[in-house]
Design a protein around this ligand. Structure first.
Ligand code: ATP
Ligand code: MG
Length: 414
């Protein structure tokens, strides 16, 4: 039984496969010339481009993989108690073909660097799932598949997407996830189809707080802790009530241990989200994820993409555009997403921008630890903002904010 009988999948996310998302996640160092052509003015971009020498230190893919697997110690766990295999079961290719009605186009949800994603219905359990099929010609491959299965088999948190199972039959590689009915955060921030309501302020803060909690679990609660390396809007999936869950752990790395401050690795990730220090040196730290988180938070606040080549050059890189604006709070009302139509708390906006500004600082050691980010965002998400009935035009918004600012006096916390 396939999924063709299900109503309600949005027109944006179903239908014929497109190449929209393909090839976004890259070995950044290998793609530097393409990116340079796209965003010459960005300082971050130049740093990404300057990374080349670090590749020489690269550990071979297979060596690194076996190191990671050993550290995760998952093999023992599977054989001793069967726990991991219970969490992520093996499926046959036939089962997944049946679940998706032979991967038919009306089950298509989207595609990324790994391959296409289809909605499916598992016959045995009647569970609705999302099935990701490795594109054998794609940028990502077997390593990402293995790391994804290993990582997701050992994690469990309400803000991390669940891996239901996998298929590794012949040269087929598929991943089976819990289905996230609202798709990715990217679908709710950009290029909204007519009639789709933009996310309101409270929902944005709730998503930011939930995503931070998922990251906190990886950084401080998990043993050994993990650096995610691929935090971005398209990897924050949303279940009912806009509950966020982090997905895609194919690039995850076991964090530094003992006296080590970083892990040396080839620079991977998504352009626009990658911390400049990591891009320059290949030294991956937990603070690399904090930078990416800051970019996501900026996207939530501003409604601007991390990289947007349709904008004028000085505004193409979100962080490069935002950094000078952080210096003067008079700019803040101009930074907020116009789709909010002025419906946001001024104090909350200041605080959210202050958190984002701290996260995207150049120096990794002055970026906050994830637990501090969680605490700050939990507070912001708990401050329920009641929108007024009056919807502002974007020009009225600035004037109105200035008045609100005077009324609210000085804001100590910023
Ligand atoms: N578990 C899921 N439930 C529902 N939809 C999903 C699920 N996983 C992925 N999708 C959909 O499939 C799309 C493609 O996801 P995928 O992770 O392959 O690519 P991406 O995140 O856009 O890029 P990248 O390969 O760089 O991670 C997502 O944007 C989302 O709309
Ligand atoms: Mg993804």
């Amino acid at each position: 039984m396939g999924c063709s009988c299900w109503p309600g999948s949005s027109s944006k996310r179903s239908g014929e496969p497109t190449n929209k998302n393909i090839n976004k996640k890259n070995d950044i160092s290998c793609n530097k010339s393409k990116h340079r052509a796209q965003t010459q003015a960005s300082s971050d971009e130049l740093r990404v481009g300057a990374y080349e020498t670090v590749r020489k230190e690269e550990v071979s893919k297979n060596d690194q993989l076996s190191v990671d697997v050993k550290k995760l110690n998952l093999g023992d766990e599977i054989s001793k108690d069967g726990k991991a295999s219970k969490r992520a079961q093996p499926f046959t290719f036939d089962e997944l073909t049946a679940a998706t009605g032979n991967f038919q186009s009306n089950c298509f949800l989207g595609s990324g660097g790994f391959g296409k994603v289809f909605k499916g219905l598992l016959e045995k359990t009647n569970q609705v799932v999302a099935i990701k099929q490795l594109d054998r010609n794609g940028l990502q491959g077997i390593k990402e598949f293995v790391v994804e299965v290993l990582t997701l088999s050992m994690v469990e948190h309400p803000n991390l997407v669940k891996l239901v199972g996998f298929c590794a039959e012949g040269d087929q590689r598929l991943l089976v996830y819990e289905y996230m009915p609202l798709g990715s955060l990217e679908n709710h921030l950009y290029d909204l189809p007519p009639g789709q309501k933009p996310l309101d302020w409270n929902t944005r803060m709730k998503i930011a707080a939930g995503a931070a909690k998922g990251l906190e679990y990886l950084h401080v609660k998990l043993e050994p802790p993990i650096i995610y390396r691929d935090l971005k809007c398209s990897n924050i999936l949303l279940s009912e009530g806009y509950h966020p869950k982090l997905s895609d752990f194919g690039l995850a790395k076991v964090g530094p241990s003992g006296d080590q401050t970083h892990v040396s690795t080839r620079v991977m990730g998504t352009y626009g989200y990658c911390a400049p220090d990591y891009a320059m040196t290949g030294q991956l730290t937990f603070k690399s994820d904090i930078y990416s988180f800051g970019v996501v938070l900026l996207e939530l606040i501003t409604g601007r993409k991390a990289i947007d080549n349709t904008r004028e050059r000085s505004e193409q890189n979100l962080v490069s555009w935002a950094r000078p604006m952080f210096k003067d709070r008079k700019n803040f009302s101009r930074m907020v997403d116009p789709l909010l139509q002025g419906q946001y708390p001024v104090r909350g906006l200041y605080q959210a921008l202050a958190i984002a500004a701290m996260c995207v600082q150049e120096q990794p050691n002055v970026r906050p630890a994830v637990s501090d980010v969680v605490m700050a965002l939990n507070y912001l998400a708990s401050q329920n903002y009641e929108p007024s009935n009056h919807v502002h035009s974007s020009t009225a918004m600035t004037v109105d904010d200035d008045q609100k600012l005077v009324a609210e006096h000085e804001l100590d916390s910023c």
